[in-house]
Ligand binder design. Structure first.
Ligand code: GLN
Length: 205
């Protein structure tokens, strides 16, 4: 029946991690802990056999260049129209509908305005306590962006100093921090794996 998930996506979904830049291994460990299988993704063809994708942190301008070099920008946008993507830090910048400081291209999959390096130099990196779905957790910020505004369809799941740090837009998730770097675990990968498990693909594939 159209819209049904395959069996594997419900039990142990395969989640790709864009491996052009950023920490594949920490995401792999966090995904496996959350009951998913992780696969590095470097080409458009590798997007075919995954149920969801993580775009990790790094440097969003460098990632944009690598996406162009690998001809991955459009395939990623098309993937995002079909399946869930979770962007962390630079990955969240790539998912946004609008990027400032400076203005740069983005995939326009999460309706929000995001400001690069929003905390400035003095709070370059820090670990801050945050609450996710009523539970105490933490956010590891590394030259993090700040989400300045969210659209009406974008739901705020966690905040820090009054700014959203974890948001949900349809099938997608975006975090301005690095959940894969929390030493004692972080519930965000499990949240994404659950979203992938329950996601009904609009095209039924
Ligand atoms: N400052 C980076 C950027 O603007 C993001 C940092 C990160 O991903 N940790 O792209």
């Amino acid at each position: 029946m159209a819209g049904n998930n395959s069996q594997s996506s419900q039990s142990r979904p395969v989640i790709g991690v864009l491996a052009l830049q950023g920490d594949f291994d920490a995401h792999r460990a966090a995904l496996e802990c959350a009951g998913a299988q992780a696969k590095p993704v470097r080409t458009a063809a590798e997007l075919q056999d995954i149920h969801g994708l993580i775009i990790p942190g790094g440097e969003s301008t460098a990632m944009l260049k690598l996406l162009d070099y690998e001809n991955l920008f459009e395939p990623l946008r098309e993937f995002g129209a079909q399946k869930p993507i979770f962007g962390t830090c630079a990955g969240a910048i790539l998912l946004a509908s609008k990027v400032v400081n400076p203005v740069q291209r983005s995939l326009d999959l999460v309706d929000m305005i995001i400001e690069r390096n929003g905390y400035g130099r003095q709070i370059d990196s820090r670990i801050a306590p945050i609450e996710i779905a009523g539970h105490s957790s933490e956010a590891v910020f590394i030259r993090a962006p700040i989400i300045r505004r969210v659209g009406p369809e974008t739901k705020v799941l966690a905040t820090y100093h009054d700014a959203p740090v974890l948001v949900e837009a349809g099938p997608h998730l975006a975090a301005t921090f690095h959940p894969e770097l929390s030493a004692n675990g972080n519930p965000v990968h499990a949240l994404f794996v659950d979203k992938v498990r329950s996601f009904k693909n609009p095209s039924g594939r």
